[in-house]
Design a protein around this ligand. Structure first.
Ligand code: GLA
Length: 373
């Protein structure tokens, strides 16, 4: 099965937008290897929009890589990545043109899928701009889903229709392995909060084989690059990463990996958070909604659980939360042993509730086990 767990990697868009080229991709790949990110599962290196020429080849009708950006062609990049154990992701669009105005795959699905396969591509992000009017939009994803299969190559189908047209109800049937459910993230707390709070009810549409994609992470951008906006604080980034992990969302990094700071590296390599994200059961968390705060409780495999407390207010709060709200009755004879995902230390065994103190925007995540009390 492809995408048994949420795909992980890096995508060029958030930071580099139209400034994508061979040197950037190879340097990013080198940085991923040097930092050991590949060993933790960050495998896909995705070249987003702006990689091709403005027009198809007049003879073959194929999309052609821009020779100024990719002087050795895309296959060369794929080989470079594959030799290092990484995987190549590419970008196209279900419409006549991509969102950036380059050739889209409408009515060229089978030809383009084969072109991507010939490049040695392992993931295709498939966007939703410039569709001809009156087309059956889901059918365009069904077509590309089949076209990718027809190549015989294992290619993750990363649908990107921004949550339109009730995507939750048909995208798995189109063969997608992940599907964007939101508009474009930008690097500020409001944007990531909006995405998280809007999508937490839709995590139930994620399961092994196809995951709800909350967009590339802005973690570590600190306001630099295309979607830089005002930037986030470290606390905001911890919350973003924690929530994407709790939601079994694909983890596609969007910062400049070559310049990553030690604190951000520590965050994105946190083994407890990655264990939660990559849990093979990919269960949606039970959520409890209160003003300014959310609490999520997620069943993991091996009789473990994860609890996440999220304060999305601009000031500190204490979050009261009764375990009975997600099924642990007071008469059960059981409590929860909580282990902090950052320190890896057990903070105690709690029977009825746990009330952490949270700074503004803070998320606290614990791994939990049932114990007799
Ligand atoms: C859309 C997508 C982005 C990016 C751009 C490229 O906006 O949502 O993630 O791929 O197109 O043009």
């Amino acid at each position: 099965m492809l995408a048994k767990t949420p795909p992980m990697g890096w995508n060029s868009w958030n930071t580099f937008s139209s400034n994508v080229n061979e040197a950037l991709i190879l340097e990013t790949a080198d940085a991923m290897i040097d930092l050991g990110l590949d060993k933790l599962g960050y495998k896909y290196v995705v070249i987003d929009d702006f990689w091709s020429l403005k027009e198809r080849d007049p003879v073959t009708d194929k999309i052609v890589a821009d020779p100024e950006r990719f002087p050795h062609g895309i296959k060369y990049v794929a080989d470079y990545l594959h030799e290092r154990g990484l995987k190549l992701g590419m970008y196209s669009c279900a419409g006549l043109r991509t969102c950036g105005g380059f050739p889209g795959s409408f009515d060229h699905e089978f030809l383009d899928a084969q072109t991507f396969a010939d490049f040695g591509c392992d993931l295709l992000k498939y966007d939703y701009c410039n569709l001809p009017t009156g087309v059956d939009k889901p059918l365009l994803y069904h077509r590309m889903g089949l076209a990718l299969k027809a190549t015989g190559r294992d290619i993750i189908f990363s649908a990107c229709n921004h949550g339109y047209d009730d995507v939750y109800h048909w995208i798995r049937s189109a063969g997608a392995h992940m599907f964007r459910s939101t508009g474009d993230i930008i690097d500020n707390f409001e944007s990531m909060k909006e995405i998280a709070l809007e999508q937490d009810a839709n995590i139930c549409y994620s399961a092994p084989g196809c995951f709800n994609d909350l967009d590339m992470l802005t973690v570590g951008m600190y306001g630099e690059g295309f979607v830089g906006s005002t930037g986030c604080t470290y606390t905001d980034y911890v919350s973003q990463f924690s929530l994407w992990c709790m939601f079994s969302a694909p983890l596609m990094l969007g910062c400049d990996i070559r310049k990553i700071s030690p604190e951000i590296l520590e965050l994105i390599t946190n083994k407890n958070l990655l264990r939660i994200n990559q849990d093979e059961e990919a269960r949606p968390p039970v959520r409890q909604v209160q003003d300014g705060r959310r609490v999520y409780f997620k069943h993991l495999s091996d009789k473990e659980f994860a609890i996440c407390y999220f304060n999305h207010l601009n000031g500190p709060i204490e979050v009261p939360f009764n375990f009975t709200d997600f099924g642990l009755s007071v008469s059960s004879g059981y409590g929860l042993e909580l282990r902090d995902v950052n320190t890896n230390e057990v903070v105690g065994v709690f029977k009825e509730y746990y009330i952490p103190y949270l700074e503004a925007h803070e998320c606290k995540v614990y791994l939990a086990k049932l114990v007799k009390v």
